[in-house]
Design a protein around this ligand. Structure first.
Ligand code: GLP
Length: 239
């Protein structure tokens, strides 16, 4: 696991965008795994800037998002579908984009189809991850086991509380999600995990140096051959 500590959030975002740009240069038809949450916002802004400046071209690239609330309408301004259109897909030229369907009638069918679609596209070349304060990646919450495949899962109480900041009230936060599984994530050829702020320092320390345990889902990344953690000074201060 490589840890790059950048001096602030802006530098972290630029670094992540540079890695995405390099990936595209190496393989224009790359398959990207993308994340939501507050942390990747700056990276997406930088990518949009690069696209407008003619520095990147996604016309042969594909994106698969990590997760989505369940159930949720695509039109809800809190859906990850809405987030991705507004913050990235409306502004750059991905050939194809996929997000787990929060409106699917049957969650299990949707999840199985999602993994099949990723496989049919040759797997993920570069996966971008954030990290929850409890160590979740995607919506793989702390638990007794790692779940390999994309699945339907309840959200942890701490995640519901953490994500309430984006909703009018905590009661409006969906209680379930669809998320790529740990196996889906671990099959990505390269992974970058972004972490910003003092609130992530503890969990980054546990992710990098702690025991590999499903109680800290991100700790499984220690077993992946090509992971780079990009942290700002605050998030990286205990590593
Ligand atoms: C959310 C998402 C995760 C994300 C994490 C951290 O709930 N499901 O994919 O990485 O929480 O979010 P933030 O970047 O806002 O701290």
């Amino acid at each position: 696991m490589k840890v790059l500590v950048q001096k602030n959030y802006e530098e972290l975002s630029k670094k992540a965008a540079e890695i995405i740009k390099a990936q595209l240069a190496e393989k224009p038809d790359s398959v990207f795994g993308l994340a939501t949450g507050g942390t990747p916002g700056g990276t997406y802004e930088e990518i949009i800037r690069m696209y407008k400046a003619g520095e990147v071209d996604f016309s042969r690239a594909t994106a698969f998002n990590l997760d989505e609330y369940y159930p949720i309408k695509k039109t809800s301004d809190q859906s990850y579908y809405y987030f991705m259109q507004k913050n990235l897909f409306d502004h750059v030229n991905f050939a194809k984009t996929f997000i787990p369907n929060g409106e699917a009638a049957d969650a299990a069918t949707e999840c199985a189809a999602y993994d099949e679609k990723i496989a049919a596209h040759g797997g993920i070349d570069l996966q971008i991850l954030g990290i929850g304060g409890n160590g979740h990646i995607g919506f793989n919450e702390p638990g007794d086991e790692f779940i390999a495949a994309t699945h339907h899962t309840p959200l942890d109480e701490s995640t519901i509380k953490a994500n309430a900041r984006f909703f009018a009230d905590v009661s409006e936060v969906p209680r379930h999600s669809l998320t790529m599984g740990i196996g889906t994530i671990m099959q990505a050829k390269k992974i970058i995990l972004l972490a910003s702020g003092a609130g992530k320092a503890d969990i980054i320390q546990k992710t990098v140096r702690g025991a590999i345990t499903p109680q800290v889902p991100a700790s499984v990344l220690q077993l992946h051959p090509n992971v780079t953690i990009i942290a700002d000074t605050e998030a990286g201060k205990l590593v």
